[in-house]
Design a protein around this ligand. Structure first.
Ligand code: HEC
Ligand code: HEC
Length: 489
């Protein structure tokens, strides 16, 4: 039997308690028919973000008190004054923008390239606020804001060709090649005013697309991820066992580190162990900045890289050994550790009623979400272990709506990539907290419509097929309530 959460919808003071699941009469269908009875996705929820921080002025200044107090809203409630200050500074540092030498305009971060997908964590993690997911013109919070990758292709004199899968109104994306599994960066620093002598050439995306060799990934929101990092492994293991259902055809597996055998939980395939490792890897893979975790410059799939690798001493990001700023922990610590602090100390999304949707409808939707088996994968509640960061983050019950396990999602979602134990058809149950204000869905950002995202769960071999059949059999009112519940998250 599934554990059921009481989710508090803020602003009403009411508590909705979902009914318990019943999967007794289910049968497994090979391929669920898509019968959306007319439920529509109202689109991303307008209004304030319930998590993250507003953008800080550039160049980033983590010693400016005004920036720190603006960043405080991103931090977990109840942190001690010491940890609140660490969080505030880290949230400002998360917004650092990088150029090759740190001298281009207000882009004072050092080490961009030789290849990159964007020039700052917050370039890709800013919807509906800093630390979030990818922005686009459809954002109610930042209406009209284009995909930043379009302008980055030619910033500072660069002459990168914009790949066809990057558009002003489409999702921010990174590209993997199925042939080697790796991320091939979209851009190089060649021809930039701060990269004299570099003649690198971009990967040939036209040929790779023609050969069906490219898979896409979109950014994942990091709000509240410090809580996720502190879920005890045994809790994840027992949840996967309890949530498995023979009648529904659901049996998740936890991805594990090839090094120490422990559970890995971050990324679309749950391929990464920790926020620190993710920050270190992202700094090198997305921005080309070598650091303590990934100390060497990365080729990123480009060719002709002679003359592009030695603009800065390596690792390009390091501790401030001689002291810096007010010599606080944050100021003397490297960028990557600060990026991790920002995520580790961040507050989760706040559930809010979408405009025109009643508390009763949200409870109705949540009840159906549990009844038909969505919550067998999208686990509603976990509780953290004791935290060495702050007492306020110890033993916290929270609602990520993921089991952090990977599931076979069928031929329709398969991406041709294996990472750790996760094969080409397997994906981590996407955490649904914050989904109400997200713009694009599924690992490759193929849709911005929640009803399409739900229908895409069903294809040959998918563990979700029986659940999607049940969704299709709901009345229009119940289907709409499920969508409205999702837009409240
Ligand atoms: C070019 C856009 C881009 C940039 C820049 C970028 N990211 Fe991401 N981020 C992504 C994508 C795409 C994913 C999903 C990757 C995957 O799972 O393969 C992701 C996922 C993540 C996750 C996983 C969150 C979760 O809950 O699973 C973390 C953590 C993260 N990024 C942190 C960072 C940090 C820190 C930086 C800056 C060093 C950064 N990212 C820069 C695109 C970006
Ligand atoms: C067998 C496990 C499983 C079941 C059952 C399941 N999901 Fe999912 N869900 C996933 C996985 C895995 C993904 C990510 C797939 C991908 O990105 O390719 C996902 C993605 C999503 C997304 C997109 C989120 C995002 O950030 O992109 C939504 C929305 C969603 N599920 C809602 C539902 C609803 C509603 C139901 C019930 C009708 C449901 N899911 C049932 C495993 C499941």
């Amino acid at each position: 039997m599934l554990a059921v959460a009481a989710v508090i919808v803020s602003g009403t003071g009411c508590i909705g308690t979902a009914a318990s699941g019943d999967d007794s009469e289910a049968t497994i269908t090979e391929q669920a028919a898509v019968t959306n009875k007319g439920a529509t996705d109202p689109g991303p929820r307008p209004g304030a973000s319930g998590a993250g921080a507003p953008a800080t002025p550039q160049p980033v200044d983590p010693d400016n008190p005004a920036n720190l107090s603006a960043a405080a809203v991103a931090c977990f409630p109840g942190l001690s004054p010491t940890m609140l200050r660490v969080c505030e500074k880290a949230v400002v540092r998360f917004q650092e923008v990088d150029s090759v030498l740190g001298t281009f305009g207000t882009e004072t971060g050092v080490g961009l390239g030789p290849t990159f997908n964007a020039n700052g964590c917050a370039a890709c993690h800013s919807q509906p606020n800093v630390l979030g997911a990818g922005v686009a013109p459809s954002s109610p919070q930042f209406p009209g804001t284009p995909n930043p990758q379009v302008a980055l292709a030619t910033l500072a004199g660069a002459r990168n060709i914009l790949p066809s899968f990057i558009t002003a109104s489409g999702p921010i994306r990174e590209a993997r090649f199925k042939s080697d599994g790796g991320v091939h960066d979209l851009f190089t620093i060649a021809n930039r005013s701060d990269a004299t002598g570099c003649n690198a050439t971009q990967p040939n995306f036209v040929a790779a697309l023609a050969a069906n060799n490219v898979s896409f990934r979109i950014p994942i929101s990091t709000f509240g991820d410090g809580l996720v990092e502190n879920i005890p492994e045994m809790a994840l293991e027992s949840n996967v066992t309890q949530s498995a259902s023979a009648s529904l055809g659901i049996a998740g597996t936890l991805n594990r580190s090839g090094n120490d055998g422990t559970v890995t939980r971050f990324g679309w395939k749950a391929q990464n162990k920790s926020l620190t490792i993710f920050a270190m890897e992202a700094y090198n893979v997305e921005q080309g900045i070598s650091n303590a975790g990934f100390p060497d410059e990365r080729e990123g799939g480009a060719s002709n890289l002679q003359g592009c690798m030695a603009f800065n001493p390596t690792p390009e990001d390091n501790f401030a050994f001689g002291g810096d700023g007010d010599n606080s922990v944050s100021d003397t610590t490297s960028d990557v550790i600060n990026f991790a602090f920002a995520m580790q100390l961040s507050k989760p999304p706040t559930q809010t009623l979408p405009p025109g949707v009643s508390q009763n409808t949200v409870v109705q939707g949540q009840n159906q979400f549990v009844n038909i088996g969505c919550a067998n994968c999208h686990t509603q509640t976990f509780t953290t272990a004791a935290s060495s960061f702050d007492q306020a983050m110890s033993n916290v019950a929270f609602h990520p709506f993921s089991d952090y396990a990977v599931h076979n999602m069928g031929t329709g979602l398969a991406d041709g990539i294996s990472q750790g134990n996760a094969g080409p058809q397997q994906f981590r149950t996407a955490p649904l907290w914050g989904v109400g204000q997200r713009l694009f869905f599924l690992h490759d950002g193929r849709t911005s419509d929640l009803t399409v995202a739900i229908a895409a769960h069903a294809s040959t071999g998918s563990e979700a097929n029986a659940v999607i059949t049940k969704f299709n059999n709901l009345s229009e009112s119940d289907q709409q309530a499920v969508v409205d519940f999702l837009r409240s998250l």
